[in-house]
Design a protein around this ligand. Sequence first.
Ligand code: SP5
Ligand code: ZN
Length: 350
Amino acid sequence: MRVVHSAEHLRHAPGHEYEDGKAIANYEVPERAEAIRRALEADGGFTFEAPTEHGTEPIAAAHDPAMLGYLASAWGEWVAAGETATEIMPDTFPLPAYHEGMERPTGPGHPRAQVATWVFDASSPIVEGTYRAARSAVDVALTAADLVLGGERFAYGLCRPPGHHAARAMMGGYCYFNNAAIVAEDLVRRTGGRVAILDVDYHHGNGTQQIFYARGDVLYVSLHGDPARAYPYFSGYAEETGTGAGIGATLNLSLPEGCGGEEYLTHMDRALDAIDEFGDAPLVVSLGIDTYRLDPICDLALTTETYAAVGRRVAALGRPTIVLQEGGYYVPDLGQNVRSWLRGLEERGD
Ligand code: SP5
Ligand code: ZN
């Protein structure tokens, strides 16, 4: 299988995130992508290539161009305002109730106001290299899509930072640009056809769902920890099925705490049935490995073998498939788990 990878992700090395009143080391570390790269290199069955430059147009097709503009200039404006911290994080949140019954002042505001306008959580710092790394993750994803449009049955984009929590006009959850959504929108525009997205990250892909919620031409199917207990809390319930032309084109399947391989695969079969029924569309997979039994921030119990079984079942759909990396935070086994998933997809065994 061909793998698209760039060292540009190393520019994004967030230091901290907020948990239970404390600053802790950020889980979304550069070593994640390096561990995956090394495991796939050692396998011998993957060939690596660099992404090609795709510019900002595909990003602006999925995101608010003003959000793109913000991320491009955030670091420079932070420094120009005399700030010296190495991470930009929101500390004051403009909830709708802040301005209830009042006008919301327009204008750019202080960089601290700006970041809280665009970033919805306290896990997703913007550092000096974030914009270049996030641009490169998009190029990685779009280059993987190019390979599949060029006739490859599968391609894997080793995206970092991840993307599925980034909505049309909002970043967060370690995500800045929504790599999978940008690819799906680009595929729709280039092929004139439909696209299915399968999101297997532990967390609900609120951003991907939001971007396509009113669309009937992009199916979004997600398996995730029940939002009644799991981040991002505010979306991912079964009752969310789409709106307008998109009614029926969103499917959320919640997983219980401790869910293991056998139970997981029954939920997966429901997800795959929905994709099969959607028709003969290319498939984009948001591959999160934070469903692993040892993941430090999640509570499912999947094993390395489960990932191969999932890969095999996805292959059985028979669709051209672009696999894009999302989460997964137990770094010692992350490479083997991704390798197992992709080998399952190619039916090379685990
Ligand atoms: C791409 C991706 O996987 N983003 C996930 C972002 C999760 N961010 C914060 C999660 C907070 C969960 N805290 C759980 C504490 C368990 N000890
Ligand atoms: Zn996740």
